[in-house]
Design a binder for this molecule. Sequence first.
Ligand SMILES: NC(=O)c1ccc[n+]([C@@H]2O[C@H](COP(=O)([O-])OP(=O)(O)OC[C@H]3O[C@@H](n4cnc5c(N)ncnc54)[C@H](O)[C@@H]3O)[C@@H](O)[C@H]2O)c1
Length: 382
Amino acid sequence: MKKLNVGMIGYGFMGRAHSNGYNRVNNFFDLEYRPVLKAVAARDQAKAQQFADKWGYESVETDWRKLIERKDIDAVDICTPNNLHKEIALACAAAGKMILCEKPLSMNGAEGEEMVKAVEKAGVPNTVWYNYRKVPAVTLAKKLIEEGRLGKIFHYRANFLQDWTINADLPQGGAALWRLDAAAAGSGVTGDLLAHCIDTAIWLNGNINTVNATTETFVKERKHQLTGKVEKVGIDDASIFFCRFGNGSLGLFESTRYARGHKALYTFEINGEKASIKWDLHDLHRLEYFDYKDEGKLRAWRSIHVTDNGGEHPYMDHYWVPGLQIGYEHSFVNHVADFLEALAKGKPCPPTFRDALETQYVCDAVLDSAKASGMTKQVKHT
Ligand SMILES: NC(=O)c1ccc[n+]([C@@H]2O[C@H](COP(=O)([O-])OP(=O)(O)OC[C@H]3O[C@@H](n4cnc5c(N)ncnc54)[C@H](O)[C@@H]3O)[C@@H](O)[C@H]2O)c1
């Protein structure tokens, strides 16, 4: 079996999710490659060492540049806040390292373009962790659409709702709260949450051509955790947009961190001429399906428990017996498996940097439109 030496930068939420993916992947998938957890880079030596011991990394670096310079690292996994993605990715490409980068690809489209140029020039395998594509029920939705079961698509609707920033005393910036600081995050829910919805939407329903958006920052000032000063909040707390897809369908998207009672409610629904589908992250192993061609007296929404094997349901042959479901963490195991399989075949592993740039362009257009009081903005394409 070939080894793929992985170096991870950042060891927070995604550091754990990805490490679990690398550790589990060969238990469930028969692959040519085996990831080896060579090193983790983070600024705090003691904390990084604790993480390395827990997840099985062989060594620790306190400067991510050192990790990239190392000859024994084949692939670098970028798990840092968004403002570091570009700098790290450019350094990786220059060093000829493969890159697995967290989403959103970049702070904005211009940065994303530089990153795409760099990885394509260097010819290094790359992927962006839009992991919801790798949830079996979402992959099944893709399959049903490709089989033409929905017919012409009229509507695409998506929400990503949370409620964790309602407290006006919550500081912005620094550890755990960098998402509230525009300098680290680039934007608020648009780049953090809607980016997921947009990536899935483009994958399932094709390119988005125009958007009209509105955003709101409900809490205008927050104390900055690092400076201790009360500073203006630069992120969008809520973002709503409608759009037109290239296939003629209409889209409606909403994201907020102010929907009291919702923790991570990502849902989408697609309405076609012949059938509709809907999915809900809180019930991620189910795909709801309505088929108009069903016999009238039985016609109804059906809830597909996406756990069959024998090739019926994506990824599920690799797990348990039919009826037993998998969870959130397996979307990362599946993503690692896809990356390693693509590597063995010399093929790209979608979503690539270029695919993720398309999402970045939609985010840019959403923020531009919101700034221009909802004016229609054309989306740039890759
Ligand atoms: N795919 C998903 O569903 C998903 C979910 C959550 C986060 N993310 C993305 O993953 C990335 C990280 O988010 P997170 O939730 O893991 O954040 P986190 O705050 O939990 O972890 C960030 C890590 O980056 C480290 N870091 C910050 N600056 C650094 C530096 N200069 N050098 C080395 N390490 C540094 C921090 O120490 C921390 O370990 C973000 O881009 C985020 O958008 C994606």
